[in-house]
Design a protein around this ligand. Structure first.
Ligand code: ARG
Length: 585
């Protein structure tokens, strides 16, 4: 029996075909097959009601006609029941569960199945994208972690993904920084800890500009000189960028993040005049108090709140570079879809950017991509305010990761004191960083969340340590048998699941495609986290109820198959989220 990866899509197509056979308007009928409440089935078709209502038909009768027209082969695979006012529920029979599990036996096969979701689609994902000359702090982690998970998920589901780190390397901060560098720098400190010194210089210059208008003018003059291509200032700018990118790279390495390109704001500096011209030519922009701005009369707020694309002093800004960036991503990268990650505070900017882009592209006849601002809430401390160190400074990301690893090392040492120290250190790096990462992904990204060490490092609940432990536990089952989990010998002759725990676990496993679908469609990794957590729970119940190493070879084989698939799905899912996994902990 051959079964496709995406059973929901298969059932959808079967119902549409049945509609044709039953003499219904197949083209106008969307079956809307979705994962069902497991008490009622594996999948449910919800579209009959709407179709029947619009035509004054009795939805139950329509459902009966559809079911009668379903092919016999499908009825061999599922129990089909009409429920409520006209839903159709499908419950896979054990033999179909077995066939599906047999077929999806390694990560490549899963990937091949998922590849149809976004096949041929080109995505540019803009994430991390920090401003230069500041250290990465805890607030920066969300964009990195959520962005990387999104890239991996889309890539797994068939998209071609370009990861672009759109560094803020051309902003007004450089006026102050260059002024500070020229007047306030401490050579020894710059030698010792260059990034720390740059931060100090920025802060000191910022204070000085506030105290003395002459300094403010001087800092502005430095910025203008830089933007006009002054050699000395360009040299300093390059030096500052080099210092920050070295520090960024260290964190990216630790978090397994690799960009395809780092086209920061400065990359677009020679492409901005085209923006001024085109928005003017197309009549989209107007002049307001000497600045070039775009209003959106149809929008309640943006009819009066301008999108400033050129300041009154002639300087470009964030909006100008983002418009040029849009053009480059559609022109050079031929993006079908563009995703930008930042916190929710930039929602207005991206809404204005997108409204402007749609009108501008329509006026010029450019091919419009899809655009998604993937926004997220803040990380809070236990006091419910934005997380800070005791002295009120932002917590540096490097220090946070170090602390996570150190705490995890304590836990691992407590749990497995017999392991050699080097191994405990390696495990701690995976668990500690995984815990921080997973805590960020497991929440709906739109909400704020409270950062709590106890909670994120707990071995109970929806956490990385719990899931990593579940993975290592399944590995240990195979280790004791001296078998590789992907060894076909172990699962040869497996029969269809039978015991309730086996069936529940198998049904959970078969739910993966629908979860991948929802997670990527909504760009919300927490759906996958919840699934993995529930899968680990279904495995625990199965393992507590059923002995795996029984004498009957076919029962043993089918239970080992359930173990092997659980392991495969947990590992694949965790890797998609950006975590590493462990064979032992
Ligand atoms: N550098 C910006 C910040 O730190 C984020 C940039 C996001 N990407 C973009 N194309 N605007 O807030």
């Amino acid at each position: 029996m051959h079964v496709t990866f995406n059973l929901a899509a298969e059932l959808d197509a079967a119902l549409k075909a049945a509609a044709g056979k039953a003499g219904l308007e197949a083209d106008a009928f969307a079956p809307e097959v979705r994962p069902a409440d497991p008490r009622h089935g594996d999948f449910q078709a919800n579209g009959i009601l709407g179709y029947a209502k619009a035509r004054k038909l009795n939805p139950r009768t329509t459902a009966e006609q559809l079911v009668a027209a379903l092919p016999a082969e499908l009825l061999n695979q599922c129990d089909v029941a009409i429920a409520g006012p006209g839903f159709i529920n499908f419950t896979l029979k054990p033999a179909a569960l077995l066939a599906w599990l047999r077929q999806h036996d390694n990560a490549e096969h899963l990937k091949a199945g998922a590849a149809s979701f976004y096949a041929g689609q080109r995505y540019v994902v803009d994430y991390s994208s920090p401003n230069t000359a500041k250290q990465l702090h805890v607030g920066h982690i969300r964009s990195m972690v959520i962005g990387e998970a999104i890239c991996r998920l889309l890539g797994f589901c068939g998209a071609t993904v370009t990861r672009d780190n759109h560094i803020g390397d051309w902003g007004t901060q450089f006026g102050k920084l260059i002024w500070g560098y020229k007047h306030l720098r401490d050579e020894a400190a710059l030698e010792r800890d260059p990034l720390e010194e740059l931060e100090r210089l920025y802060k000191a210059a910022d204070v000085a500009t506030k105290e003395d208008p002459a300094v403010l003018d001087a800092a502005r003059a430095e910025l203008v000189k830089l933007q006009d291509g002054d050699a000395e200032n360009l040299g300093l700018w390059e030096k500052i960028i080099a210092i920050s990118s070295g520090a960024f790279r260290e964190i990216y390495r630790r978090l397994d993040i690799n960009f395809d390109c780092e086209l920061g704001e400065s990359f677009y500096k020679d492409q901005l005049s085209r923006i001024y011209t085109e928005l003017h030519e197309t009549g989209l922009s107007t002049e307001s108090q000497g600045a070039q701005v775009v209003f959106h009369p149809e929008h309640p707020r943006f009819k009066t709140q301008p999108f400033i694309i050129r300041k009154s002093d002639g300087a470009s800004n964030y909006a100008t570079t983002d418009l040029a960036t849009m053009l480059y991503r559609t022109g050079h990268f031929k993006a079908d879809a563009i995703i930008v990650l930042t916190d929710t505070r930039q929602a207005d900017h991206f809404e204005q950017l997108w409204l402007t882009t749609q009108k501008w592209y329509a006026a010029k006849g450019y091919r419009l991509p899809r655009f998604e601002h993937v926004s997220f809430g803040s990380i809070l401390g236990s006091d419910g305010k934005a997380i800070k160190t005791r002295s009120g400074d932002p917590i540096k990301l490097q220090a946070l990761l170090d602390e996570a690893v150190e705490r995890a090392f304590g836990q691992v040492t407590e749990k497995s004191p017999e392991l050699p120290e080097a191994e405990r250190r390696a495990i701690a790096e995976t668990v500690g960083i995984g815990a921080v990462r997973y805590a960020d992904l497991a929440q709906n990204r739109s909400s704020d969340y409270v950062f709590d060490w106890e909670k994120i490092l707990s071995f109970d609940g929806n956490t990385a340590p719990y899931l990593l432990y579940a993975v290592s536990r399944v590995h240990s089952i195979f280790r004791k048998l001296e078998l590789q989990p992907d060894d076909a010998k172990a699962t040869a002759g497996a029969t269809a699941p039978e015991a309730p725990g086996e069936i529940a676990l198998a049904r959970k496993l078969v739910g993966l495609p629908a979860v991948l679908n929802t997670t990527t469609a909504q760009l919300r990794p927490h759906f996958l986290c919840t699934y993995l957590f529930e899968l680990a729970g279904a495995f625990s119940s199965f393992y507590a109820a059923e002995k795996v190493l029984v004498d009957e070879p076919e029962v043993r084989a089918r239970r080992l198959m359930l173990c092997a698939r659980t392991l495969l799905f947990l590992e694949t899912g965790l890797h998609l989220l950006g975590l590493r996994t462990l064979k032992r902990m």
